[in-house]
Design a protein around this ligand. Structure first.
Ligand code: BV8
Ligand code: ZN
Length: 259
């Protein structure tokens, strides 16, 4: 796929600049240039680890140590990474204008770190934070009473040494949404409410294969929004794109989100 022309970049920039309300949907591709493997791409996360073996409640019930080892490894991988130019451009843009809602499928914290770095202080940064549809890699949740804590060090030597709930003693799990599990209701509500109001929808770095997350883009389209898609490869949302830019998020977001 050839790189987008200046006219295509300008078409994307204009569609986003003139929209009073914009919903942004990001997936693993927005973190790819930070060095975090995507899920389904070459060398994607699922390639080395079969999703059904690790990211399902059944797998966790069957072998909590294995599942915790994978998430502890991913936490360390993300900690070694830094937000890339796409996260920074998005954070800068969100902090420079009203009316943008960021919805992310990612469980990493790179959008949050970019917002904090750009804003310099936590209050301002809060305007650049994402709605996290699939939870957070850096939080643990009690599998019994749902008590939620900041994730700490994980000792997966035995089930007994795995993180346990300070409230009820139950086994903690990563605070992410596994396949077959409901998404956090408030996050879904907020994401689809933003889509229903949007005049533009920017989709960055997602195959659009996972629902209900991918439905955010369809809901925005249905509400009459112009859909701009940034991705180097074909996605399952391409059919609803009004402007389709083939390329990397780190290269394309800075020019299309420029002031
Ligand atoms: C639910 C958290 C219902 C854990 C994840 C059949 C049809 C339709 C749907 C279903 C179906 N069968 C089952 C379902 C439902 C299922 C689903 O959608 N399955 C799909 C796979 C078919 N969904 C669910 O199970 C959801 N729950 O439906 O509950 C329910 C109803 C009643 C009662 C109970 C339950 C829960 C889904 C959430 C699963 N959790 N992750 C973890 O992370 O460990 S999903 C996982 O996939 C990640 O969150 C990830 O974000 C998400 C989507 O993947 P992408 O982000 O798109 O990543 P991918 O690698 O696929 O794509 C990367 C893209 O980036 C590519 O396009 C690539 O080209 C691009 N890229 C690469 N480099 C760059 C780039 N782009 C820009 N710049 C670059 N440099
Ligand atoms: Zn508990």
């Amino acid at each position: 796929m050839n790189a987008p022309s200046a006219a295509e970049i300008e078409a994307a920039r204009a569609a986003l600049a003139k929209a009073l309300r914009v919903v942004v949907l990001t997936g693993a591709g927005v973190s790819a240039e930070s060095g975090i493997p995507t899920f389904r791409g070459a060398g994607g996360l699922w390639k080395q680890f079969r999703a059904e073996d690790l990211a399902t409640p059944i797998a966790f019930g069957r072998d909590p140590r294995l599942v915790w080892e994978w998430y502890a490894w991913r936490r360390e991988e993300v900690r070694k990474c830094r937000p890339n130019a796409a996260h920074v451009a998005l954070a800068r843009w969100m902090l420079s204008r009203p009316g943008v809602t960021l919805v992310s499928q990612n469980v990493d914290d790179l959008h949050e770190r970019a917002a904090r770095e750009v804003a310099g202080d936590a209050d301002v940064a809060s305007r650049g934070l994402p709605i996290k549809l699939h939870g957070s890699l850096f939080h643990d949740r009690c599998a019994r009473c749902n008590h939620r804590v900041e994730g700490g060090p994980v000792n997966a030597a035995s089930v007994e040494t795995l993180p346990h709930c300070p409230e009820c003693g139950g086994l903690m799990r990563p605070d992410v949404v596994w396949f077959g599990e409901m998404l956090p209701a408030r996050a879904v509500e907020a994401a689809f409410a933003a889509a229903a109001e949007a005049e533009a929808c920017l989709v960055v770095g997602t195959t659009g294969a996972v629902y209900p997350a991918a439905g955010v883009a369809h809901a925005a389209k249905g509400a009459g929004a112009s859909v701009v898609i940034v991705d180097p490869a074909a996605t399952e949302l391409d059919a609803i794109a009004d402007v389709r830019l083939h390329g990397a998020a780190g290269e394309l977001l800075p020019p299309i989100l420029a002031g």
